[in-house]
Write a protein that binds this ligand. Structure first.
Ligand code: PAF
Length: 280
């Protein structure tokens, strides 16, 4: 596995790959890797000749400095994991490699960034778009892989790719959410939970699972209330929002259409903010 920290060196390797007419899959990450990332890498390995993984904790997408500071980082462990996952190239840039100048771009996502996460994390998706567009321009992959756990992020990245980066011709591939045995969606932030909180956190997915099965018997309003109340019953959990949205527009729907509608939640578990979603 090649470890590179500069664009210049990365481009040297990518040129060799391109000259040999081989394909490149790309998995952007912020490190603290887990099984969810590994499933993206596996997918990329299956569909491409080479897989590039980036590790970069992007300060522009953190609306809260404490959250940025607490974000788990463990490069040595990440490199071991990447090696065992047959990653070909890992790109670990520092901030000057990604942002040699101040990035003041403001993206218009046609409202996709105004709902759910966007309401509570101002500027978050603009920051995601800033870094993803930089990374896409650097790596120029054939395909890029993202997890469905970050449901709104995937919609924003697809929009970005289509409306701002179409010249790069990148296919965005969405992979299923990977869950722990008790249903908790895998996330780097799970590392920040203590053992009691970790146990409580599994109630989030259990509740979503229960109500995505019985949605036909109750109204949408009732569904949101029941999910909120059931999760809040655990004293370690505090719901920030529950929304039931159209898969394409991310707008709140009045009527649930199976296969086209998803329930999304953000929940505080102590100080750790967790998100999850489930399709109907
Ligand atoms: O999902 C993430 O880990 C990040 O938002 C991403 C896509 C790597 C951009 O920093």
């Amino acid at each position: 596995m090649i470890i590179t920290r500069t664009k210049k060196e990365l481009h040297r390797y990518l040129k060799l790959i391109r000259d040999a007419e081989k394909s490149v899959g790309f998995v952007p990450t912020m490190g603290a890797l887990h099984e969810g990332h590994l499933s993206l890498i596996r997918c990329s390995n299956n569909e491409n000749n080479f897989t590039v993984v980036s590790i970069f904790v992007n300060p522009l997408q953190f609306n809260n400095p404490e959250d940025l500071e607490k974000y788990p980082r463990n490069e040595e462990r990440d490199l071991d994991i990447l090696l065992s996952a047959f990653c070909d190239i890992v790109f670990i840039p520092d901030i000057r490699e990604i942002y040699p100048e101040k990035d003041e771009r403001v993206f218009d996502f046609d409202g996709l960034d105004k709902v759910m996460e966007g309401k509570y994390r101002e500027g978050h998706f603009n920051g995601v778009a800033q870094v993803v567009s930089k990374l896409f321009e650097i790596v120029k992959p054939d395909k890029a892989y993202f997890g469905r756990k970050d449901f709104q992020q995937v919609a924003i990245i697809k929009f970005l790719n289509k409306n701002y980066l179409s010249h790069l011709n990148i296919d965005i591939v969405t992979c299923d959410t990977i869950r722990e045995a008790d249903g908790l969606a895998m996330s780097s932030r799970n590392e920040l939970l203590d053992s009691v909180q970790r146990k409580s956190a599994s109630l989030i997915s259990k509740t979503l699972k229960k109500y995505t099965k019985i949605y036909e018997s109750i109204s949408k309003r009732e569904l949101i209330d029941k999910i909120t109340r059931e999760i809040n019953k655990d004293k370690n959990l505090k719901v920030e929002y529950v929304d039931i949205v159209d898969d394409e527009t991310l707008r709140t729907v009045d009527k649930i259409k199976p296969g086209k509608t998803t329930v999304c939640v953000a929940v505080y578990c102590g100080k750790v903010r967790l998100i999850d979603n489930m399709p109907f």
